[in-house]
Design a protein around this ligand. Structure first.
Ligand SMILES: NC(=O)c1ccc[n+]([C@@H]2O[C@H](COP(=O)([O-])OP(=O)(O)OC[C@H]3O[C@@H](n4cnc5c(N)ncnc54)[C@H](OP(=O)(O)O)[C@@H]3O)[C@@H](O)[C@H]2O)c1
Length: 257
């Protein structure tokens, strides 16, 4: 979380901020939110924050931006596959609205995308992007895309692609810096999303569930994650798709399979 205080920039690790409602009780806020609050320097030099204005001793307006959220947002079958055994998404594109999804099925407010090399190579191959680099922007805009890989892979001309490898916690600071205030979209695959989960760096899981079952393929999330870690935010029908959004709650780290 970054707090701007009286023109200075302080990086502080506040886990709670105060609600705008005027309640003096600290409440947890979702990463990605931002609030303004009145603050007074406390005796120990740290800022005491209160959203109410005025408050005793509060002299400066501070703005608090909670760190960008990290989202795993994907289409999936009803039985938990995000690609078939040939890494094909033909089953998804065959669904009404699957090829040109509703706006409500695509995350917004993004600052960066993250994907594994299988997903990246699928994107390159599917639309022949190396020969037609202008198509890159259709899916990625001008956002930086971080591709996890141990190999040397090609980059479409002009695309902001950054190849990374190793543990999520080591790479995450660079991803956060590139994303700025925007959210970070973990596009897939499922194990990469699981690596973010293992690192305690997954805030939200958004699923667009297609009316399809497959008999194998790329798994949605090969981790054990129980109900104490997931809070349902919304469940909405979008044509043939069911859109489920869950916040991921902090807890014991999930154990990789
Ligand atoms: N339904 C949807 O909306 C949706 C969304 C996303 C993806 N997909 C599809 O789902 C499938 C996912 O494939 P996948 O499960 O193989 O996953 P992937 O995450 O796309 O790629 C996995 C590969 O990424 C590299 N990698 C992963 N973690 C790494 C790390 N920490 N450091 C370095 N390299 C790392 C490794 O390859 P190398 O080191 O060998 O390069 C690994 O084999 C793809 O077919 C994709 O197109 C579907």
């Amino acid at each position: 979380m970054i707090m701007s205080y009286g023109g200075d920039l302080l990086e502080v690790a506040l886990l709670i901020v105060f609600s705008r409602s005027g309640s003096p009780t600290p409440v947890a806020r979702t990463p990605g939110d931002s609030v303004s609050a009145w603050a007074a320097p406390a005796a120990d030099g740290e800022a005491a924050i209160n959203p109410r204005n005025p408050c005793r001793g509060c002299t400066r307006l501070v703005s608090i931006a909670v760190m960008a959220r990290i989202l795993f947002d994907t289409a999936t079958t009803i039985n938990g596959w995000i690609a078939d055994t040939d890494n094909s998404l033909a089953w998804l594109f065959a669904v009404d609205g699957g090829e040109h999804p509703d706006d409500g099925l695509i995350p917004t407010g993004l600052g960066a995308q993250v994907e594994g090399s299988t997903t990246y190579e699928w994107v390159l191959a599917e639309t022949d992007i190396l020969a037609h680099p202008e198509k890159w922007a259709d899916f990625h805009g001008d956002r930086p895309t971080f591709v996890f890989t141990t190999r040397a892979l090609p980059t479409p001309e002009g695309a902001d692609v950054r190849f990374v490898r190793g543990s999520v916690s080591e790479v995450l600071p660079a991803i956060r810096e590139a994303a700025g205030d925007g959210d970070i979209w973990v596009v897939g695959g499922g194990d990469l999303a699981g690596q973010f989960l293992d690192a305690g760096a997954l805030d939200r899981i958004a699923l667009s569930i297609a009316p399809v079952a497959l008999d194998g393929g790329a798994p949605l999330l090969p981790r054990r994650l129980e109900s104490d870690r997931l809070r349902l935010v919304s469940a909405v029908a979008h044509g043939q798709f069911a859109r489920l959004i869950y916040d991921v709650l902090p807890g014991k780290r999930a154990v990789p399979k």
